[in-house]
Design a protein around this ligand. Structure first.
Ligand code: HEC
Ligand code: HEC
Ligand code: HEC
Length: 274
């Protein structure tokens, strides 16, 4: 009799324990990934053999994507899918909490970018417009990547979606995700870190005699078109210092400044007039 009672007790507690666990624990992202995504994206996120065969576009490597794409973008893609591909909307299969758990799991994937390969692919795919050195002196209206204000995620976003209406088209189907990550890390490394401290020294030496402070600089132009320093983009400010009418008066020393030195001076001007 006692045996029966304790057995029932054990069974009851086991049952309760399970119900409690199922009701309160977060969904298991790894398990959800393996049952809902791995068939195409691969157990490790590096795309399965079947995923590679999909038409019109193969499944994509989620391992190389995880660091460089935001949770919000992942949530949008997983929830709504990608029209015209085998990536169906998952909102009918998974609820919001489950999708979040899958994203947690994808975010745990790591990838080490290969900068040498990034450099090689950059030269093959981007240099015609952005220049071998990333400074975009190609006459094609591409942006200078050495002076871009974009962070890594911004660079990746621009590569993935392009800039509609410009020559910067989406590279998502031209490049794999490992290539996008490699190139983006390479481009990010090209960046010039402008220094207001170096800028202030140059300013003192070359500009101070005529413009006591950056705030004292008056832009040229008639009243109707007059703008303030703050309303000019870095690129326009650069052009006004380097090629403007002011150059006739300021002379050779200013004309001979390198682009990097001008970025330092601009960083200093921004700091003083913000
Ligand atoms: C039937 C195959 C299949 C399954 C299952 C599948 N996907 Fe996809 N997925 C694809 C394909 C194909 C693409 C590429 C779409 C494209 O080219 O834009 C893709 C794209 C994606 C992307 C965007 C990748 C990029 O580089 O833009 C994400 C994120 C993604 N899938 C996540 C998931 C998650 C999470 C699951 C499981 C919940 C899942 N997928 C299940 C086939 C699949
Ligand atoms: C056919 C010419 C062309 C090619 C090839 C090209 N780009 Fe661009 N890219 C442009 C143009 C033009 C813009 C400026 C778009 C605009 O006006 O916003 C641009 C803008 C960008 C920007 C935004 C910079 C900023 O500060 O706003 C990034 C990042 C970028 N490209 C990266 C790349 C990478 C990486 C590649 C190679 C995978 C590449 N581009 C290939 C023409 C090109
Ligand atoms: C020898 C005097 C002199 C020196 C040195 C000088 N400037 Fe000027 N700058 C001027 C004058 C004068 C103007 C007004 C231009 C005009 O009215 O045509 C001007 C205008 C400018 C403008 C506005 C240009 C425009 O197109 O609106 C900027 C920006 C500027 N200077 C920045 C600098 C910086 C930065 C330096 C140092 C690297 C410098 N200047 C050095 C005399 C000088």
């Amino acid at each position: 009799m006692l045996k029966w009672i304790s057995l029932t007790f054990v069974l009851l507690t086991l049952g309760w324990g399970q119900a409690w666990a199922a009701g309160n624990d977060m969904p298991d992202g790894k398990k959800l990934y393996e049952t809902n995504c791995a068939a195409c994206h691969g157990m490790d996120g590096r795309v399965s053999a079947a995923g590679r065969q999909l038409k019109p576009y193969p499944a994509r490597n989620l391992r190389a994507l995880s660091e460089v794409v935001s949770r919000d973008e992942l949530r949008r893609i997983i929830t709504y899918g990608v029209q015209g591909t085998s990536m169906d909307p998952k909102k009918y299969a998974l609820d919001d909490l489950q999708i979040d758990a899958v994203i947690d799991y994808i975010k745990s994937f790591d990838y080490s970018p290969d900068l040498a390969r990034g450099k090689q692919r950059y030269h093959e795919v981007c240099a015609t417009c952005h220049g071998v050195d990333g400074r975009a002196k190609t006459g094609l209206g591409a942006k200078n990547l050495v002076y871009t204000k974009l962070d890594l995620a911004g660079i990746v976003h621009t590569m993935r979606y392009g800039r509609p209406g410009t020559m910067m088209t989406s590279k998502r189907h031209q490049l794999t995700n490992p290539e996008i990550s490699d190139i983006a890390h390479y481009v990010y490394e090209l960046r010039y870190d402008a220094s207001p401290v170096r800028g202030s020294k140059l300013y003192e030496r070359l500009c101070f005699s005529c413009h006591a402070t950056p705030a004292a600089i008056r832009l040229t132009g008639n009243a109707a078109s007059r703008r303030s320093l703050n309303s000019l983009s870095d690129q326009l400010l650069y052009l006004r210092i380097k090629h403007g009418r002011h150059l006739d008066r300021a002379g050779n020393a200013v004309a001979r400044l390198s682009d990097d030195q001008l970025q330092d001076i601009i960083a200093y001007i921004r700091q003083e007039t913000r």
